[in-house]
Design a protein around this ligand. Structure first.
Ligand code: HH2
Length: 258
């Protein structure tokens, strides 16, 4: 899954595709060329400390890009039912909701009615405050219990279970240690029986692990190492900025396992 943030403030690619829908669409097509199965288009940054954006502004950012992506497999990274509705009408195949259907009560119905795929992600707290001292007794167990509950809620709302993938939410209300333990114990989450999506690409934990306590992003090499480890522990969908490099690294990792 290639990442296309149409935002001024995303933590690693903010501004690159903002207010330039033709260039953004070209980048999305280039990601598919490079081997991505799907491109995740997002108009609201969820980096730690980010402010939310209004419905109008989110639509203004993503719709011109989606209109230029006919025939390209796209996922919409949104928590808003109206953004999802518009995106699905434009042919989007998947809704990626970092709030796991908790923020907008209408989103579950929109996804259910459309027959789209859905990603449910774990987050402790809200982007504005989530990195202020997150505490767990058993991070893998608690994330799994949360995802199990949200999976049940989505199915109860009419989204077929076969259409849902789950994401432990690396960096969403988690310390570096929490993120590492989650990746190390991904098998616990995998027991829920759904495909696991992991987004660790360029995340600040990677920079911190390499000794920069104030890092806001990680390097490509660190991202590839993390993706390989996530793959070894059961992840099957990788949300990444650098598609070609991840396709190459994961093709080799998969060949070793085969
Ligand atoms: N991470 C980000 C955004 N959306 N969705 C899923 N399912 N999993 C993730 O780990 C995830 C996500 C944050 O990364 P990015 O989009 O690069 O930055 P920003 O939120 O600042 O736009």
């Amino acid at each position: 899954m290639g990442i296309l943030n149409v935002t001024p403030d995303s933590f690693s690619d903010g501004g690159v595709h903002f207010d330039a829908p033709a260039a953004a669409a070209a980048s999305a097509r280039a990601m598919i060329e490079a081997g991505a199965a799907i491109v995740d288009v997002g108009g609201e940054s969820t980096r730690p400390g980010a402010d939310g954006v209004s419905l109008d502004e989110e639509l203004r950012r993503v719709v011109p890009v989606l209109e230029r992506l006919e025939g390209v497999p796209v996922s919409i990274d949104t928590a808003k039912a109206e953004v999802a509705r518009r995106a699905l009408a434009l042919g989007v195949e998947m809704v990626n909701d970092v709030t796991a259907l908790r923020r907008d009560p209408e989103l579950a119905g929109v996804v259910a009615d459309s027959g789209a795929y859905l990603c449910l992600m774990h987050m402790l707290g809200e982007p504005g405050t989530m990195q202020r001292n997150p505490v767990y007794e058993d991070v893998a167990g608690e994330v799994t219990a949360f995802l199990e509950e949200r999976l049940g809620a989505a199915v109860a709302a009419g989204v077929p279970e076969e259409r849902i993938c789950l994401d432990p939410g690396i960096g969403f209300g988690k310390t570096v240690e929490h993120n590492l333990e989650l990746l190390r114990r991904l098998e616990v989450v995998a027991r829920l029986g759904r495909p696991l999506l992991v987004g660790v690409s360029r995340k600040s934990s990677l920079g911190r692990l390499l000794g920069d306590a104030t890092a806001t992003r990680g390097t490509l090499a660190a991202s590839l190492g993390a993706a390989g480890a996530a793959f070894a522990h059961g992840a099957t969908i990788f949300r990444v900025h650098d598609v070609r490099e991840h396709v190459e690294a994961l093709t080799v990792a998969a060949a070793v396992e085969a």
